[in-house]
Design a protein. Structure first.
Length: 660
């Protein structure tokens, strides 16, 4: 849909009744009107025909001497009128011709009845009975959706015929003035009503078209947004989000039907050196050529190929054996090598672009999550890259590296008691005022030697071992303690995992912590960041309803990453939606900026507020602010900081505000 079409509709809807209609819009309305007339005209003329015959009862009451003639007239005209119109409608006669015939048929029925009834010997009854001719005028304007000019024709002829008849039939001036004025006023009134109804029908038609165009625009924008969000801009392959969905489907099939699958990770060897030697533009062309070569061998098999990021690609497919995975991995390696793209900057014996390939067969990977297969392939890739231009298949011996998980799991069991866990806060800033609007509480963990452990490592492990419940309550208490001691901080948000959502006592525990801290519940926000499905999950819906009743806010985190589906915005009502950092960090291109704006508009169209994460440059804030966003989070506005640092910053803002 073009913006110009909507603007034209808006302009047309803003016109007054006397202003000229837009020719193309009026032509479209007439075509629509003709269709409506064709659909309704048969039933309408049947009803009018029956009504015309039924009024023979009044003939019997008022002009008995003419009843045989008038009744015969009514039957003949009624049958011919109804039969003729229905027959023509069935054979596809133009709706405008049918409309004109219906209009003239009403007039003919009036004129024939009036002339024949006037032959009655009961002159006084005839004079008053002639007033019933107004019914024909009402029929012409109310029973049919006649165009204004057609309704005006039939009503005008009825009025004119009555005036001529009354003038010649009687010398009673009082009668003529009374009934002539009645006919004329009725003509004016019914003409006005018909004009008003036609104008209203026109406006209804315009509004319907506008709504339809808006709906199409939303659908097309959603489809385009989905395509952009699942396609890599450089290579045209599926991106990581799309591959995440493929992985989930393969894992589901593996769990339910035991149909195993393979994952292959491909990394272009020494690609940084290639970029440094040949330039980034040539580097992009290299990646495009490599991706096209791999597409040619993956698509015939129906394998899912995508760009994982940078110079790394992935292939996922159902497989019957590890051998099948290895064979395809070797085919990928040889295909890229056969391109013979020069690479003189390498530091080994090769002088062309090659790839290292890590492969994993799901049946050989222990674990309860699909991501374990990716991790296994990544471990195999690490081994392959030690020699370059090699493939390596994951095996159980590589699983020894997971022993570190056991150590971390033991730490998690005593992390709170031993003080190994801590919390930092990253500010969320309102760029209108420049002040901190909220802060996100982030958990940190160190081992007994003081070495930091990545949240990407210990959070999934805490969920798997159940330690997330104790850790989750601990960070909630820390967040509420900050809120209790810093009334100038409006909101603190805390991430919530799937394990906590599924805990029947979670909402009660949150309520108890909030009450113990004696803070307003609305100052605490819970961010749903679970990597599984939240759309269609009744546990999420029930939890949100319970928290909403308490007064606690619920935010949707990492929107657009593929974890939180688009449908969750319509199924669940969030107090805030946080758009993932990926989109703002890729908005330096026209394509990236368009994608981010579409996401902001999509969230806004669902009447939900927005926070954009990951801002690292002032230019990013300036661009996204132009999209209507006011709340931002990222290193440019503040890195995660200790409680004392956040408190100092809040005090500094308060002092600056007082001085101003």
């Amino acid at each position: 849909m073009s913006t110009a079409t909507v603007d034209l509709l808006d302009l047309e809807l803003g016109k007054r009744w006397f202003e000229r209609r837009s020719p193309p819009l009026h032509a479209a309305f007439k075509a629509h009107h003709s269709q409506a007339v064709r659909a309704e005209i048969a039933s309408a003329c049947t009803l009018v025909g029956l009504l015309y015959v039924a009024f023979g009862a009044m003939d019997a009451l008022l002009i008995r001497d003419m009843l045989p003639y008038v009744l015969t007239l009514r039957l003949c005209i009624g049958v011919v009128y109804v039969g003729g119109i229905r027959l023509q409608a069935r054979h596809g006669v133009d709706a405008r011709i049918l409309e004109l015939q219906c209009s003239l048929g009403i007039y003919l029925g009036f004129a024939a009845w009036l002339c024949l009834a006037a032959q009655s010997s009961d002159t006084e009854n005839i004079l008053y009975y002639a007033g019933y001719g107004l019914i024909f005028m009402l029929v012409a304007n109310l029973f049919f959706n006649f165009r204004f000019e057609v309704a005006l024709l039939s009503s005008g002829l009825i009025t004119l015929t009555f005036l001529v008849w009354a003038f010649t039939f009687t010398d009673d001036q009082d009668y003529f003035v009374c009934f002539a004025s009645l006919y004329i006023l009725s003509f004016v009134l019914t003409a006005f009503l018909n004009f008003k109804h036609n104008r209203e029908r026109y406006r209804v038609h315009l509004n319907a078209r506008r709504a339809d165009l808006r709906q199409r625009e939303a659908v097309l924008r959603g489809e385009e947004l989905f395509r952009l969000s699942t396609t890599d801009a450089l290579t045209g392959l599926a991106n990581r989000r799309a591959l995440d969905d493929v992985l989930q489907e393969l894992w589901h099939g593996y769990v339910t039907t035991h149909h195993a699958f393979g994952v292959i990770l491909i990394d272009v060897d020494f690609f940084k050196l290639y970029n440094d030697r040949y330039g980034h533009q040539q580097g992009d062309q290299c990646l495009a050529a490599v991706s096209q070569a791999m597409r040619c061998i993956a698509e015939p098999h129906g394998y899912a190929l995508g760009r994982f990021g940078g110079e790394e690609f992935a292939v996922m497919f159902q497989a019957d054996s590890a051998r099948q995975v290895v064979i395809f991995a070797e085919e990928v390696r040889r295909t890229v090598e056969a391109l013979r793209i020069p690479h003189s900057a390498r530091r080994d014996q090769f002088s062309m672009v090659t790839v290292s390939v890590g492969a994993a067969f799901s049946a050989d990977v222990a674990g309860e999550k699909p991501e374990r297969t990716i991790t296994a392939a990544d471990l195999a890739l690490y081994v392959a890259k030690e020699e370059r231009n090699r493939i390596h298949l994951y095996d159980q011996r590589m699983h020894a590296a997971d022993a570190n998980d056991d150590v971390t799991a033991e730490l998690l069991r005593s992390a709170v008691k031993e003080g190994l866990v801590s919390v930092v806060f990253q500010p969320i800033v309102d760029v209108r005022s420049g002040r901190i609007w909220a802060a996100e509480a982030l958990m940190r963990l160190k081992d007994r030697h003081g070495r930091a452990i990545s949240p990407d490592r210990f959070i999934p492990l805490a969920e798997r071992t159940g330690a997330i419940h104790e850790l989750g309550e601990w960070i909630l208490r820390e967040a509420c303690d900050l809120l209790a001691n810093e009334p100038s901080l409006p909101v603190v948000s805390v991430n919530v995992s799937a394990k906590q959502i599924c805990d029947a006592g979670f909402a009660d525990a949150v309520e108890a912590i909030v009450r113990a801290a004696k803070i307003e519940p609305a100052r605490l926000a819970l961010e749903i960041t679970e990597g599984g499905q939240i759309s269609g999950n009744p546990e999420v819906s029930r939890l949100m309803g319970r928290l909403s009743a308490i007064g606690i806010r619920v935010w949707l985190d990492d929107f657009g990453t593929g974890f939180a589906g688009l449908t969750c915005l319509s199924e669940l009502r969030f107090d805030m939606v946080k758009i993932d950092r990926f989109f703002v960090q890729n908005c330096n291109t026209l394509r990236g900026a368009k994608l981010l704006k579409n996401i902001v508009d999509l969230v806004g169209s669902c009447a939900q507020s927005t926070i954009v994460e990951g801002v690292e440059e002032a230019e990013q804030i300036e661009l996204v602010t132009s999209f209507g966003v006011e709340l931002f989070q990222g290193y440019h506005l503040g890195r995660p900081m200790l409680k004392q640092e956040l408190v100092s910053r809040l005090q500094g803002e308060a002092e600056a505000a007082s001085a101003a």
